[in-house]
Design a protein around this ligand. Sequence first.
Ligand SMILES: [Zn+2]
Length: 204
Amino acid sequence: MRVSEQRYARDRRALDVATRLLDFEARTGTIRELTGLSDGCIRSLSKACGGKGGSGPRSRHRGASPRRVNLLLAKARAKDEAAALLGVCLLMGLISESPGAAPAPALDGLARAERLCDAYWTFRYLVPEACIGFEHMQLILSAAATGEELATTHCRDCRALLVVDPLSRYSALCPQCGGDEPSKQKMMDFSPMRRVAEESAAYR
Ligand SMILES: [Zn+2]
């Protein structure tokens, strides 16, 4: 492939990723960081893609990206969603289950952006009403990689993947095995999704 063709193919991929990120309501800064496209290009693309009514730029989040994972995961429902999301990311090779260990093989910038889009799309397919947005996923992945603000573990009864406080990872039970009765009834059953992380990473 000639240099000009390689460049065209890369630009095409970047625009495809940016279009997917617009669908996920990502901020301009996030799209720039993941695709390398300029702010002007992203704004033009947003306008060209149109809003929900078919005219004007798409509605997206504004301001700074979310930064506090402990606030995000304060509610049990959000923790359950995060566990399902991390299960998908583990399967897709975006993270390692051991904090600090890089997933293998390492992905270059655009390939990782494509993988992130695949993971988030899959998560939303599994959990259509999720409160966790695309940029929340980036925050959760970053926190899971360091293991300082959250940890993953498995329910000691059913082995479902759980998101827990790093200090309580050795005594965790999932809501279905050890939660109080009201929370069992209120919560959606995420256990099949958590258990995807029991499989070895199949998405390379
Ligand atoms: Zn359990």
